[in-house]
Design a protein around this ligand. Structure first.
Ligand code: PLP
Length: 385
């Protein structure tokens, strides 16, 4: 039989899914594996979806997405000081779907895309499947997981097409400060680069951390694509609703492309998106408050364990503790912890070479899970001494 395409073969399997599959074969597991809110989707959102099915809204919608949803998203951008009209928004099947469209629009063989290292592993596959090359630039714990702007500039070549940023970050919880955002923007303008900014965790900010969207820097809108979605803020991962915002020249072209990718999004879930944005925010605020408490517990708990040091993450619902003092690689640490204590964490090396020496723990789990996980990690570390 003839082989698969080179592009298909370039995509590496996800470490997160691999760990998840292993835990499924075990009992008495404490899992910190998945970056998925453990809360129910807010009631008014699911109700809006059910109501739409009740109205028999089960047909194609415009490719770009329902106008009321795009209008609600544009209004939200305006509230944040970002000027996008309805035609500059495209609705997609999750942020993943939006990222796919952007990669189709911009990337091809011979191009390079700068990505943070470590980063959400999907970016590596996403770039690989276009034939382009991902160029990792380290983001280090000692710099609060932000780019060093000199290193970033040094990574730009004649082939660089775009810089991909993700703030707040999966897996580190790091948030790019204004100076770094300004620096990335200046570099992009000087070298004529696009910036793909995945802002899906932008609502999850801790300890008064301020958020700057790179699209707010003068001159950046026309070279920026903002990626966003409902999965994290509204606990809607399985509903698969995301979007992107970019200048009209870009969204028009992506609108043509998406006909062959997903054509349009299921109408009821788009009404769910409208309800999420226009309805009350109590459920979201409650979730945030709960994450805040869990974050406190897990950071303090990890730092109390001999040999583990955990930075305070500024955003998202991940901690990325330093496990180097265990004497194990991040892969060996994760595997031994799974085997000995049935605790699932993701090895930092699964997010790029820069993640070596760290593991990712998602605290989108209840307090009992956090406490039991900490107890087992403490015992695991004690057995290493
Ligand atoms: N972007 C980042 C940084 C993520 O961590 C994730 C999910 O883990 C996504 C995007 C996926 O979002 P969606 O469910 O909207 O596809």
């Amino acid at each position: 039989m003839k082989g698969f395409s080179q592009r298909a073969l370039r995509v590496p399997p996800s470490e997160i899914r691999r760990m998840f599959a292993m835990q499924e074969r075990m009992e008495d597991v404490v899992s910190f594996a998945l970056g998925e809110p453990d809360f129910d989707t807010p009631e008014h959102v699911t109700q809006a979806i059910v109501d739409s099915y009740g109205r028999r809204e089960t047909h194609y919608t415009p490719n770009r997405g329902l106008k009321p949803l795009r209008a609600a998203i544009a209004a939200e951008y305006r509230n944040r000081g970002l000027d996008y009209n309805e035609n500059e928004i495209l609705i997609a099947p999750g942020a993943v779907g939006a990222l796919n469209l952007v990669s189709m629009l911009l990337l091809q063989e011979g191009d390079e895309v700068i990505i943070p290292d470590p980063c959400w592993s999907n970016y590596i596959g996403l770039v690989a499947q276009t034939g382009a090359d991902a160029v990792p630039v380290k983001v280090r714990a000692e710099n609060h997981f932000m780019f060093d702007l000199e290193e970033l500039a040094a990574a730009v070549t004649d082939r660089t097409k775009a810089i991909l940023i993700n703030s707040p970050s999966n897996p580190t919880g790091g948030v790019l400060d204004r100076t770094t955002i300004q620096g990335v923007a200046e570099l992009a303008m000087e070298k004529d680069l696009y910036v793909i900014s995945d802002e899906i965790y932008r609502e999850l900010l801790w300890d008064g951390t301020k958020y700057t969207s790179i699209a707010s820097i003068p001159g950046m809108k026309e070279r920026t694509i903002l990626i966003d979605g409902f999965s994290k803020t509204f606990a809607m991962t399985g509903i698969r609703l995301g979007y992107l915002a970019a200048s009209e020249g870009m969204t028009d072209r992506m609108n043509t492309l998406l006909e062959n990718v997903f054509s349009c999004i299921n109408e009821p879930i788009q009404w769910g998106g409208v309800a999420a944005l226009e309805g009350g925010r109590e459920a979201v605020e409650e979730m945030k408050e709960t994450y805040r408490k869990r974050r406190r517990r897990i950071v303090d708990g990890l730092n109390a364990i001999h040999g583990i040091s955990c930075m305070e993450p500024a955003g998202a619902f991940y901690v990325f503790p330093d496990i180097r003092k265990s004497g194990l690689s991040s892969m060996d640490f994760a595997m031994s912890l799974l085997q000995e204590e049935h605790v699932v964490v993701i090895p930092g090396s699964g997010f790029g070479a820069g993640g070596e020496g760290f593991v990712r723990i998602s605290y989108a789990v209840d307090m009992e899970t956090i406490d039991e996980g900490l107890r087992r990690i403490r015992r695991f570390m004690k057995n290493r001494r």
